[in-house]
Write a protein that binds this ligand. Structure first.
Ligand code: ADP
Ligand code: ASP
Ligand code: MG
Length: 421
């Protein structure tokens, strides 16, 4: 058994859908679960729609119509104007469901509303691909992941209830899998009360790992627009090299520091069951990509991870007390309550510095709370550069034209907080 995952970039238009259909059909004789994300930039567009809807702005309908038109164009391109409404009837049911939802004003909290709306990106993309596979003569079956992936009610960042989830998945899928290809959604699940939840942005890789874990798959393949895991994001670096094989440990470290080619939660379930993860190119599907698994040799090239729009916040206790357990526990409490994730931290006797993503709303709430007990200074517009398996040459190279504000080294990893000169 194996799991495939296709992200938004792979299904951004009709030729993308045709391409992944070919990849799926080539493997269809093997037992296969296919997890698909929302098409192109649809999740971003559904987020914008949600904000408008929550504020009951005049542009709700216009925003929705653009999303609907985008999908309709793909369906027309796939099967032609005359018959697309018949072939893709299930997609039109989802359109109607969204329109019914939007017709009433919001009646629950913002995060819950967000999940009810944004999840349609994945529902629609999978209905569309599944119907197209059927149109091509495949007996692929569409399965609603909300019936399988049980979560808590932490909307927008839901936690998986593993036991119930695995029970649901094995009960529903194991039989089906021996005869049909399964098409299902990434990123979404549901509470025990049947409300839709989402697992956090970019969560479809994680969904693939959940399915793989529960069915004891042999391997997971995530199909991307890059040749595999590279030693840096090609959007930032001209000269990158593809990594052929990688240990689970290196993969989880790179993902943790922000190499967003793999969602950080993906590795643990796979490592726990020794399931290999392949990162391959949907543009060149014959290429080998990267294998992540129980290998022994760590990476042989330095890897670079860049995070922009960082803010460095330094705290000094107003009463000149040490940064010790009591102050630390108060500081971490405020970070947890305001949902601000720490990318790097460092302390001295009477100061504590952290680096985090500069998300203004969250940061304002955080600073207000912290300023009750601490004097604060901050510096924004920074970059956080992480190098795994660094040496002095690689450090010097990334520091060209940059001013270094803070540096943290461990045996294998260096993190540099810098400002452009
Ligand atoms: P998906 O379509 O599955 O959502 P993503 O956009 O999340 O795919 O991930 C693919 C992107 O990740 C690539 O286009 C690339 O720009 C970026 N990326 C960041 N770090 C790396 C890396 N180390 N190796 C390869 N790609 C990377
Ligand atoms: N569609 C979701 C997102 O854009 C999940 C994913 O693509 O992994 O965040
Ligand atoms: Mg992604």
């Amino acid at each position: 058994m194996q799991v495939f995952k296709f992200g938004g970039a792979s299904v951004k238009d009709a030729s993308g859908v045709r391409n992944i259909t070919q990849i799926i059909l080539q493997e269809a004789t093997k037992q296969l679960v296919v997890v698909i994300s929302a098409m192109g930039k649809v999740t971003d567009a559904l987020e914008e729609l949600t904000w408008s809807y929550l504020k009951q702005q005049a542009d709700v309908s216009k925003k929705w119509q653009a999303i609907r038109a985008y999908h309709e164009q793909i369906m027309r391109d796939l099967v032609g104007e005359a018959s697309y409404k018949t072939h893709f009837a299930s997609v039109f049911e989802s359109f109607a469901a969204v329109e019914a939802f939007l017709a009433n004003g919001p009646d629950s909290n913002a995060n819950q509303v967000y999940d009810q709306i944004v999840s349609y990106g994945e529902l629609i993309s999978t209905q569309l691909v599944s119907a197209y596979l059927n149109y091509q003569g495949s007996d692929a079956i569409w399965v609603d992941a909300r019936r399988l992936i049980r979560t808590d009610d932490a909307y927008r960042e839901a936690g998986v209830r593993w036991e119930t989830t695995c029970e649901n998945i094995t009960n529903t899928l194991l039989d089906l899998l021996s005869t049909n290809v399964i098409i299902t959604q990434g990123f979404i699940g549901a509470t025990s009360h049947g409300f839709t939840t989402t697992l956090g942005r970019d969560g479809s890789d994680y969904s693939a790992a959940i399915f793989a874990y529960c069915i004891n798959a042999k391997r997971v393949t995530i199909w991307k627009d890059v040749p595999g895991v590279l030693n840096a994001d090609p959007r930032w670096f001209d000269e990158t090299v593809r990594i052929d094989k990688m240990t689970y440990l290196d993969a989880i470290e790179l993902a943790y520091y922000g190499a967003n080619v793999i969602h950080p939660k993906t590795i643990k379930p796979l490592q726990n069951k020794n399931i290999q993860l392949y990162v391959r190119s949907f543009i060149n599907p014959q290429e080998p990509g990267t294998a992540i698994g129980p290998f022994t040799q760590h990476l042989q090239v330095p890897s670079f991870i860049f995070k922009i729009n960082q803010i460095l916040i330094s705290l000094h206790p107003k009463d000149f007390s040490f940064i010790a357990e009591e102050n630390l526990s108060r500081i971490f409490g405020v970070f947890a309550e305001t949902g601000v994730a720490i990318n790097l931290m460092q302390n001295s006797a009477i100061s504590f510095s952290i680096v985090t993503n500069n998300e203004p709303e969250k940061i304002n709430r955080l600073l207000t709370r912290l300023s009750e007990d601490f004097q604060l200074t901050y510096n924004d517009n920074l970059e956080l550069i992480t190098i795994r398996y660094y040496d002095q040459n690689t450090i010097d190279r990334v520091l060209i034209n940059k001013r270094l504000l803070l540096e943290q080294k461990s045996r294998y990893t260096v993190q540099l907080v810098v400002k452009e000169n």
